[in-house]
Design a protein around this ligand. Structure first.
Ligand SMILES: Cc1cc2nc3c(=O)[nH]c(=O)nc-3n(C[C@H](O)[C@H](O)[C@H](O)COP(=O)(O)OP(=O)(O)OC[C@H]3O[C@@H](n4cnc5c(N)ncnc54)[C@H](O)[C@@H]3O)c2cc1C
Length: 413
């Protein structure tokens, strides 16, 4: 079949990979050169540990507390927007234990599928994208966070995801080269990490060599629908006809689907990262500084710090106060690491595509028969990319999907 994928982030490229492997003719349309997506400067964590969706108990009260501190990791810009109000209402409705219990197994299954796909990719692709299986350390400073994390570890173990509660001394033993200050931590040995910009920048030319057609700097502006099918995709560089269309436009997906008369609740969750170069004494294992909500990942001899979640719409401004919040958290956990405030031009930002219930949208549209959704992966899109790509290819090939995709139904709201 002739398949058009809109969006060239990790979800679009992963879908292209598996569809190309299945023998289809694939075109990836991306509105920029592909290097500005959310998929390059992120923290690179592959996280089967993350089985609790963003919409979970305690998030509303924490969010409200954080809203009033300009260096805190979370912010929602109050706006009179129908989309934001609907999204906020759905988030509120889902931030409870029942939702977590219902969805955690689905997140586990797609995460494990995706990790298995990463293992395969690390063997199959002709370049090294820094795939390492060293686990993830969740570090905490306070009794309150310890309590939450230990509960989270027990929950993960119950669902078959190994989690070990470590003392401060045991944490330090895992990090021989960096001094760590923490009350303790939870170690998830099954997590992994990659260098995302290497994967993204090398996968594109590789796919091109394999026959995938790329249309960079091309925006999809509209669609022509006939008999319940997308007949034509209208772009800034002409019109294209496809048998199947995959929508992988990340944070822009709500805008895209509105052109098809479909409502897809989506908010962009902006985050920042910066990367230290030539780090002599580097950490070995990715960590999350829990109270500060900062993700830290060693990538070769570099060390990346990422964090914050600003729900401010499609907005590319950089808020230096939030970046300061990340920088100031570092010595609390790594007391010997002195990190200066980076310059604005050294800061990367990305817009996480956030659905209100913390689950991605993966599946076929019931109203437009040749449209497949693959979006809304929020904080886990890198992690879930290859698994999602595999599922997209199974949906289009009308095969039995590797896991149950009902929880990801794009029409659940
Ligand atoms: C600071 C930070 C740290 C993170 N850390 C991690 C992590 O450690 N692990 C993890 O799993 N995830 C992480 N994430 C989340 C992850 O980066 C995202 O979930 C993921 O990149 C989303 O991928 P995507 O392909 O859906 O979207 P994107 O990468 O944003 O790609 C969508 C693409 O669609 C294109 N597009 C949009 N509209 C159109 C149009 N009309 N026409 C043509 N093209 C269009 C855009 O230009 C863009 O290139 C992090 C995010 C941030 C911000």
């Amino acid at each position: 079949m002739n398949i058009g994928i809109i969006g060239g982030g990790i979800i679009g490229l992963s879908s292209a990979y598996y569809l190309m492997k299945a023998g289809h003719r694939v075109t990836v349309i991306n509105q920029s050169d592909g290097h500005e997506s959310c998929s390059t400067g992120n923290a690179g964590m592959i996280v089967p540990s993350h089985i609790i969706p963003l919409a979970s108990p305690g998030m509303i009260s924490k969010g409200i507390r954080w809203m009033f501190n300009s260096t805190s990791p979370f912010y929602v810009r109050p706006r009179l927007s129908g989309d934001l109000i609907k999204w906020g209402w759905e988030f509120y409705r889902h931030a409870n234990k029942r939702h977590v219990d219902r969805t955690a197994p689905a997140l586990r299954d797609i995460s494990l599928l995706s990790k298995a796909m990463y293992q395969e990719l690390s063997r199959a692709l002709p370049f090294d994208f820094g795939y390492h299986e060293r686990g993830l350390l969740m570090l905490y400073q306070t009794k309150e966070t310890e309590h939450e994390e230990v509960e989270g570890a027990a929950y993960a173990n119950k669902l078959g995801i190994e989690a070990r509660v470590l003392s401060s001394k045991e944490v330090q033993e895992l990090e021989p080269d960096v001094r760590v200050t923490a009350r303790g931590g939870v170690y998830y040995p099954g997590d992994a990490h990659i260098t995302p910009q290497v994967l993204m920048h090398r996968l594109m030319p590789y796919l091109q060599q394999q026959g995938v057609n790329f249309m960079p700097s091309t925006s999809v502006t509209d669609f022509r629908v006939e008999n319940g099918k997308i007949k034509t995709v209208i772009t800034s560089r002409g019109e294209l006809d496809f048998d199947e269309v995959v929508l992988a436009t990340g944070s822009w997906s709500g805008v895209m689907t509105s052109k098809l008369g479909i409502s897809l609740p989506m908010q962009a969750g902006k985050g920042y990262s910066f990367t230290l170069q030539n780090v002599e004494k580097n950490s070995r294992i990715p960590s999350i500084f829990l109270e500060a909500r900062v993700a830290v990942t060693p990538m070769g001899n570099t060390l990346r710090f990422g964090g914050t979640m600003e729900i401010t719409g499609i907005d590319h401004t950089i808020n230096m106060n939030r970046v300061r919040g990340i920088v100031e958290a570092i010595p609390t956990y790594y007391p010997e690491m002195k990190v200066d405030m980076p310059k604005k031009e050294q800061i990367w930002h990305g817009l996480r595509p956030c659905s209100p219930d913390g689950l991605p949208y993966i599946g076929r549209s019931s109203t437009i028969s040749n449209l497949v959704f693959a979006t809304g992966h929020a904080m886990m899109g890198l992690s879930l990319g290859p698994g999602t790509g595999k599922l997209v290819s199974e949906i289009i090939n009308q095969e039995k999907t590797s896991i149950d995709i009902k929880p990801f139904n794009p029409e659940r709201f």
